[in-house]
Design a protein around this ligand. Structure first.
Ligand SMILES: C[C@@]1(CC(=O)O)c2cc3[nH]c(cc4nc(cc5[nH]c(cc(n2)[C@H]1CCC(=O)O)[C@@](C)(CC(=O)O)[C@@H]5CCC(=O)O)C(CC(=O)O)=C4CCC(=O)O)c(CCC(=O)O)c3CC(=O)O
Ligand SMILES: NC(=O)C1=CN([C@@H]2O[C@H](COP(=O)(O)OP(=O)(O)OC[C@H]3O[C@@H](n4cnc5c(N)ncnc54)[C@H](O)[C@@H]3O)[C@@H](O)[C@H]2O)C=CC1
Length: 621
């Protein structure tokens, strides 16, 4: 007795030991990972919610039958690909539940509560578990917000209290996982299998579990993900020789990249259907922004012979923004300052390039007209050769890498070589250019939508611009050199042109040309659609620049000049005032073209001129 008492801490010296088990708190769901392989799941409904249910079922290798008169595009696609069986009609609860063989589960996602209720009742009477997307209380089980990375699945339930929060919690959890957690899990799975095969004796079970637990507990997950073929051999030897796994030095044969890893690992039993790096990119965007992996366990300095590893580099696409270092993100600045090798676009302004430490190698890619594709290939090749040397490579791009920056193409290219690019967004001139010039691209009561376009499309085509809408602001990037044909199209030759003279855009619509936004020599020229071409001919242009078209262009012009209450609310009108005074003095009649120019500090000067013959719009009428 005294023995038992002394080894049980939560006991009283007099009575029997008090067990220290947790008290269950009711109200939870019972969560398991159901193995649905080859089970029949019937999905009722053909909308987007049904499509989500179908996708989850297919990922679990279930046999999916969809019953619905119509299918949304995703389900049509799955039907075409023979991923599902489709009965194109309404669900007949009594008949279908009787006739469709071996139904394991029924999921309804329809817009008919009465039908849902009936289906649920019929399933209940047949003891088939059922979920009705629109009726929480009738569900036998609820769906969860799910993250998947190969064999790792993380699901969040709020027990039907706050589905949107479930979604957000899931993103937080998934975003904090170390990179390549799914790969690490698959590799440990393969190692575990090999160890079991080599030492099948049930008596070894405890030792095996302790050994594997140590490996899983003390190795950084990112390092587990890098295990290569020969590492398995070394680890297996270590297990068989009873060596502590935290003392095993591996990595000498760790391959460079995960994609190369995948191929090798098939030979030792890793699921070959595991997602490729490209599909991982598409489905798990959080891998583009690695969370904060736990710091490697360094207590055992000899765990990894790092110096023997083949190095693995990293590639980061950094948006350099507009050219003002104060407008870089902190992350972009850090990436520039800590890179080993930087490949910059030619257009990245020098104040940003000045941040590159003198010891860092900087290559400026020059894309000449007509040579852009060759230059692009050269950039990728240069980056890859540095990555293979284990360098931290930064690809510095003007603005935002994904807004007309070909960043997406580069992500795909790097991923083909087995490198997953991280993307650091930058300020795009599309929104911040107008903002820096005092143009809110949306403004309540004036503009409620913005369309961003490029003026320099493939093969010199003009962009496809929709018909005029007074509440839309157009922001046309890379357009300064193509101003005249663009304006011609909007005023006269718009493909959707209607009405008198075929005009779809009004001639007095405010236009601003914004040049070198964010740089010390930023300039804004304001005029109207009818006058901008002439004005730019007069005042000249200096790319890079963008054109903003719409009533939002002038909404702040009056607000920013409270000292001139007599001025009307557009710059053009203000300039007309000046024109009037000019007319009143020495000039004699004739239409004048007013305009306004502003510098970086929004110091404005108004101008007006009599158009010359050559500068008139006669050729365009
Ligand atoms: C009971 C349950 C039904 C079931 O199990 O089928 C249910 C019910 C309802 N959802 C509603 C609304 C929304 N649901 C989502 C999103 C998700 N809903 C999911 C599950 C569940 N939703 C189950 C409980 C899960 C739990 O909380 O534990 C997720 C987690 C999984 C999935 O569906 O696959 C998925 C996240 C997917 C992801 O992470 O990607 C969003 C947000 C969005 O779409 O972004 C909204 C809008 C915002 C809002 O309303 O919060 C409505 C009101 C409909 C209406 O008003 O008409 C009802 C019905 C009601 O509450 O009465
Ligand atoms: N659980 C969740 O996360 C959420 C659930 N919902 C609910 O889910 C339901 C479905 O949503 P969506 O996919 O957007 O619906 P939807 O309205 O786009 O599609 C309904 C589909 O069901 C089909 N249908 C209707 N009656 C049918 C019947 N008796 N038999 C077979 N098919 C039938 C229609 O042809 C259509 O294809 C809605 O009731 C909605 O309130 C909505 C948002 C979130």
């Amino acid at each position: 007795m005294s023995n038992i008492t002394s080894t049980t801490p939560a006991s009283s010296p007099t009575g029997p030991p008090t067990p220290n088990y947790p008290d269950p708190v009711g109200g939870a769901s019972f969560i398991v990972a159901w193995r649905a392989k080859s089970q029949t799941i019937v999905v009722v409904g053909g909308g987007p919610i049904a499509a989500g249910r179908v996708f989850n079922s297919l990922e679990a290798d279930a046999h999916v039958i969809v019953v619905s008169p119509a299918l949304c595009p995703e389900l049509q696609y799955r039907h075409q690909k023979s991923q599902i069986t489709w009965y194109p009609r309404k669900f007949d609860a009594q008949k279908d539940l009787q006739e469709i063989p071996n139904i394991s589960l029924v999921l309804t996602a329809i817009d008919d509560p009465e039908a849902s209720r009936e289906i649920v009742a019929e399933c209940r009477s047949r003891r088939i578990p059922v979920n009705a997307a629109d009726m929480n209380d009738l569900c036998d089980f609820w769906f969860m917000s799910m993250h998947r990375d190969r064999s790792v699945q993380i699901a969040v339930s709020t027990n039907a209290k706050a589905p949107k929060l479930a979604n957000r919690i899931r993103r937080i959890v998934a975003g904090s996982l170390p990179k390549n957690t799914g790969v690490a899990v698959d590799k440990i799975g393969a190692l575990r299998k090999r160890i079991r095969q080599s030492d099948p004796d049930p008596k070894s079970s405890k030792r095996r579990m302790v050994w594997l637990s140590q490996l899983c507990e003390y190795w950084p997950i990112e390092e587990l993900a890098k295990l290569g073929q020969n590492d398995y051999d070394e680890l297996l030897d270590a297990y068989l020789n009873n060596t502590d796994p935290t003392k095993v030095a591996v990595g000498s044969n760790a391959p460079d990249t995960d994609s190369k890893d995948n191929n090798k690992d098939n030979s030792i039993g890793i699921n070959p259907s595991a997602s490729s790096s490209t599909s991982t990119l598409l489905h798990q965007p959080q891998q583009l922004q690695p969370g904060s992996p736990p710091s490697p366990s360094t207590a055992n300095g000899d765990i990894f012979r790092k110096e023997q590893r083949k190095p693995t580099g990293s590639i980061t696409l950094v948006g350099a923004g507009l050219g003002d270092p104060d407008l870089l993100t902190i992350k972009a600045k850090k990436a520039i300052e800590t890179a080993d090798y930087i490949i910059s676009d030619k257009l990245v302004p020098s104040p940003i390039l000045n941040l590159v430490p003198p010891s860092t190698e900087l290559y400026i890619a020059r894309k000449f007209p007509g040579m852009a594709n060759a230059a692009q290939q050269d950039i990728i090749a240069k980056a890859i050769s540095q990555l293979e040397k284990g360098k931290r490579v930064v690809r510095l791009k003007q603005g935002d890498p994904f807004v007309y920056g070909r960043g997406g193409e580069e992500v795909i290219e790097f991923s083909k070589h087995g490198y997953q690019a991280e993307v650091v967004p930058g300020l795009s001139s599309a929104f911040s250019g107008p903002a820096l010039c005092g143009i809110p691209v949306t403004h309540r009561g004036v503009a409620d939508q913005v369309l961003v376009l490029s003026g320099s499309n493939k093969e010199g085509q003009l962009p496809n611009i929709p018909p005029f809408l007074a509440t839309r602001t157009l922001v046309i990037l890379m357009s300064v050199k193509r101003l005249e044909p663009l304006v011609d199209m909007l005023l006269l030759n718009h493909p959707d042109g209607r009405g008198e003279g075929g005009k779809t855009y009004p001639g007095d619509l405010p236009v601003a040309m914004v040049e070198r936004a964010g740089c010390s020599d930023q300039r804004t020229v304001r005029a109207t659609l009818e006058t901008i071409v002439e004005v730019v001919k007069r005042v000249g242009s200096n790319p890079p620049g963008l054109i903003v078209i719409g009533y939002a262009v002038n909404v702040l012009v009056k607000a920013s000049r409270p000292s001139s209450p007599q001025q009307t609310d557009t710059a053009a009108a203000a300039a007309v005032e000046q024109k009037d005074s000019l007319e009143g003095s020495e000039n004699s009649g004739g239409a004048m073209t007013p305009f306004m120019i502003e510098d970086k500090y929004q110091q404005a000067s108004l101008g007006a001129f009599y158009p010359t013959e050559s500068a008139t719009t006669s050729s365009r009428t």
